[in-house]
Design a protein around this ligand. Sequence first.
Ligand SMILES: NC(=O)c1ccc[n+]([C@@H]2O[C@H](COP(=O)([O-])OP(=O)(O)OC[C@H]3O[C@@H](n4cnc5c(N)ncnc54)[C@H](O)[C@@H]3O)[C@@H](O)[C@H]2O)c1
Ligand SMILES: O=C(O)C[C@H](O)C(=O)O
Length: 308
Amino acid sequence: MKVTVVGAGAVGASCAEYIAIKNFASEVVLLDIKEGYAEGKAMDLMQTASLNGFDTKITGVTNDYSKTADSNICVITSGIPRKPGMTREELIGINAGIVKTVSSSLIEHSPNTIIIVVSNPMDTMTYLVHKTTSLPKNRIIGMGGALDSARFKYRLAEALEAPISDVDGMVIGGHSDKGMVPLTSHATRNSIKVSEFLSEERLEQVAADTKVGGATLTGLLGTSAWYAPGAAVSGLVQAIACDQKKMFPCSTYLEGEYGLNDICIGVPVILGKNGIEQIIDIPLSDAEKAHMQASAEGVTKTNGLLEL
Ligand SMILES: NC(=O)c1ccc[n+]([C@@H]2O[C@H](COP(=O)([O-])OP(=O)(O)OC[C@H]3O[C@@H](n4cnc5c(N)ncnc54)[C@H](O)[C@@H]3O)[C@@H](O)[C@H]2O)c1
Ligand SMILES: O=C(O)C[C@H](O)C(=O)O
């Protein structure tokens, strides 16, 4: 199993590290445009192998796509992150060009690959890969909902004063400060609805904190987060590589599901060896449907800025 990660920055390196530590891939190729950077990150990570007990071989390359040939899975993290006070949507001007060039170079060398898009604004970058490559929709996956759901569970556990392993919940919709739809009514603690334990006001606070999860970290760190994003990507990669048939909310191209068309946005999917093997169309409450509709309108507006 060969995995390529483009962008050896904060998220790309974290992603490569988690993939290696989980020890399911034979090879991870890290590629970056900055001379020597991916080689350095790969060497540093390989020097953790005996300490962390993994056998995955990590190699670094400077913009040499021939070294990525025949990758089963390619992850795109190349692009600029936001600074405090910015939205993800403001990154489109620079990142769209990067994602378009990178995805086409990857496919040239790995025509059968599955692509996971991480660069922001992620739903629009996923849509861009759909519109500018000939990959089938099951092989183009946007990572956002897995991360947002992990943050939702963190906030729920904090409110419940419970261990995170007791908590389950999911965030669908666009990966943006306003567009996320935390499915509060479906969230549970050991199969009991969280509304049995928390007031409506507290649950609204949990949802609000979840939606600005990325912005909160960007304010604290001066750039956007990388540990949870890297871990979330490694979860998707592992589900595909190990044909786990696990459910994650991912950005995928919709053709009528959730009443939406011609858009990539976060919905629950089953991930296995073929990438997205099924889109799960769960019933939403009227309020959740309205939030999803508003979220889709936001993503469509950002998609309109693409030069296709
Ligand atoms: N979808 C999500 O949930 C999520 C989570 C975190 C970050 N992100 C996004 O991921 C992206 C990367 O974030 P980061 O913190 O790792 O940034 P970073 O600046 O640390 O790393 C980005 C790397 O991309 C490289 N790069 C730029 N152009 C390139 C090209 N054409 N080819 C190859 N490499 C190129 C840069 O040299 C840099 O090393 C940002 O757009 C950020 O917003 C998304
Ligand atoms: O917040 C960001 O800009 C990065 C990423 O999308 C995140 O949610 O951490």
